[in-house]
Design a protein around this ligand. Structure first.
Ligand code: GLC
Ligand code: CA
Length: 584
């Protein structure tokens, strides 16, 4: 018997798993709510806020990693899958959170981080202890190479995600180990069946047995590597290390591994929700191999394109801000909205998470006169999108990026700091801005830190997040942008989100399940699209600029009524700055 009941409501398309129509809210535990004044958010703090999440209209809470960890990458470096970081609480606290959610008809999913562990995990400690340790092969160990001058060199020329090589030398056993991320995050060897079994037991079954309803699956397509680790061609002549993501994304055995995890670890627990983080997979055909129901691998994936808007084109350039046009956003949205139409696959809708700057600052405007209206416009875009909807903490009140004046010392993220420090070493003197200046400029818009600022609950010190000293500084504007101020204001961003989340459910066959079509593809100022199913249609009209724009699709509104908009008064032929409307 499956411990997880599925709830079936009739909808016009396909099988309706419970997670399809869910609104998911991502909680970043460090920054959500501190219940004991030590400056760190914690699980009891999340429990205290479950009523708030219910009042918003959330069905599923996704808790970012809360496992025990030395916190080099904010818990994405797990040292014990079966324990909770003491600052966050205990396993019992997580069980209480499961219960608090279930009592309210909500669900809880955790973050499954099993491409790598922490170097402090007992598995790695054993693996590194000697070449003939039982667990040596649980990670990737390789002998050094030597160049012509006899210098010791890593086994291959790969650049990792956090700047620097993917290989770190281990003095004790005189070999290198592989880490796609920080050197404190060694990659687990999924090619070893015993390792996979241990992962399923410790990281998956342990928590499903405690009643969690699923997982967001970190770096889901990187488990299978090309294990001969050949050098990649040189595309960045200024550097020894080269972008090499093709060496580990969608590798030779990835579908075998995910199918096995589904069969052995997820399926026995019923309709477990899984949402994979899918990088570097541009062809929808390949995405369907992960999310088609018949593939039996994952419920859905995050396609990361929307988060990459404004980033540089390569890994090396990631934090060099690159101006973008609205057509870029449209083509991304259209692609990942449409690819499931007529298939048994499923998709997601999101524009914020813990790895990106705030959507108001990136896609709307965080200028005082526009931040609320553009937050509402973006809310309209999100709630009318097909797929499972994900909201990131603070998005519902229109939180914005950290102030531009904040110095690098306020930034804490290992990735952004890695790029910054690397740029400091590389003195480039072409007369223009230095790489360091360019990276700092990019971080002000794109850094992962912006989403990790404390949640803004009220106007008391540190935004009401903690009574102590917060691990990360609260935004200077918390007095203006906070939950308390918005809760009793019918015209606030928060109230708007509540309303439109309700409408999303009311018109689920169009908003959650509808076919998607862009109307004004070439227009760089407005984004108009139609959602349709059978004879029903909704028209969504969004002005992405801070100026009035002509509304060119007026004839399309014939016979339709205005369902909702972000201005109380509007005139048909003109869209006010950041105006959004939905016609039905
Ligand atoms: C994912 C996470 C990110 C983390 C990385 C390594 O991309 O979202 O926060 O740094 O995996 O685990
Ligand atoms: Ca705390």
């Amino acid at each position: 018997m499956s411990p997880h009941a599925t709830q079936d409501t009739a909808v016009p398309t396909g099988t309706n798993n419970w997670w399809k129509e869910a609104t998911v809210y991502q909680v970043y535990p460090a920054s959500f709510y501190d219940s004991n004044g030590d400056g760190w958010g914690d699980i009891p703090g999340v429990v205290k806020k479950v009523d708030y999440l219910q009042s918003l209209g959330v069905d599923v809470v996704w808790l970012s990693p809360m496992y025990d960890s030395p916190m080099h990458d904010m818990g994405y470096d797990v040292s014990d899958y079966e324990n909770v970081l003491p600052a966050y609480g205990t396993v019992q606290d997580v069980e209480s959170l499961v219960e608090a959610c279930h009592l309210r008809g909500m669900k809880l999913i955790l973050d499954l981080v099993v491409n790598h562990s922490s170097d402090q995990h007992a598995w790695f400690q054993e693996s590194r202890s000697s070449k003939d340790n039982d667990k040596r092969d649980w990670y990737f160990w390789r002998p050094p190479r030597y160049d012509e001058a006899g210098n010791r060199m890593p086994p291959s020329n790969y650049r990792g995600y956090f700047a620097g090589s993917t290989w770190t030398w281990d003095e004790k056993t005189e070999e290198y180990y592989l880490h796609l991320y920080a050197k404190e995050q060694p990659d687990l060897n999924w090619d070893n069946k015993t390792t996979r079994e241990a992962i399923y037991n410790s990281a998956v079954r342990f928590w499903l047995d405690k009643g969690v309803d699923g997982f967001r699956v970190d770096t889901v397509n990187k488990y299978s590597k090309h294990t001969s680790f050949p050098d990649v061609p040189i595309t960045d002549p200024k550097s020894y290390i080269q972008p090499a993501i093709g060496m580990w994304c969608n590798g030779p055995r990835i579908h075998e591994f995910l199918r096995e995890m589904y069969d052995e670890a997820f399926a026995p627990y019923g309709d477990v929700m899984t949402v994979g983080e899918l990088a570097n997979t541009p062809d929808p055909k390949n995405v369907l191999e992960y999310v088609g129901a018949s593939a039996k691998e994952l419920s859905m994936v995050f396609h990361l394109d929307i988060g990459h808007i404004g980033m540089g084109p390569s890994l090396e350039e990631k934090y060099i801000f690159t101006p973008w046009k609205l057509t870029k956003m449209k083509s991304i949205v259209e692609k990942w909205q449409s690819f499931i139409e007529g298939t048994d696959g499923w998709t997601t809708a999101f524009c914020e998470n813990h790895d990106n700057g705030r959507s108001v600052s990136r896609f709307g405007s965080d200028a005082p006169e526009f931040r609320e209206i553009s937050a509402k416009m973006l809310a309209l875009m999100m709630v009318t999108m097909t797929g499972t909807l994900f909201i990131y903490q603070g998005q519902e009140i229109g939180m914005i990026n950290a102030p531009r004046e904040w110095p690098i010392e306020e930034y804490k993220d290992i990735e952004g700091l890695g790029y910054y420090r690397e740029a400091e070493q590389r003195s480039e003197n072409g007369g223009g801005p230095t790489r360091k200046e360019n990276i700092m400029d990019g971080l002000r818009i794109l850094a992962r830190d912006h989403s990790r600022l404390p949640m803004q609950w009220d106007d008391s010190e540190h935004a009401g997040f903690t009574t102590g000293k917060p691990w990360m500084r609260a935004h200077d504007l918390y007095g203006e942008i906070n939950v308390k101020r918005q809760e009793n204001d019918a015209s606030s961003v928060l109230s708007f989100w509540k309303d439109v989340l309700r409408l999303r459910k009311e018109y689920r066959e169009l908003f959650i399940h509808g076919a998607f079509q862009v109307l004004d593809y070439e227009n760089q100022e407005t984004f108009c699209f139609v959602k349709s199913r059978d004879e029903k249609r909704a028209l969504v009209v969004l002005n992405f600029t801070d100026k009035s724009q002509p509304f060119t699709q007026t004839e399309k509104t014939a016979g339709m009524k205005l369902l909702v908009g972000n201005y109380s008064v509007s005139s048909l032929g003109t869209l006010k700055p950041f105006e959004g409307r939905v016609y039905m």
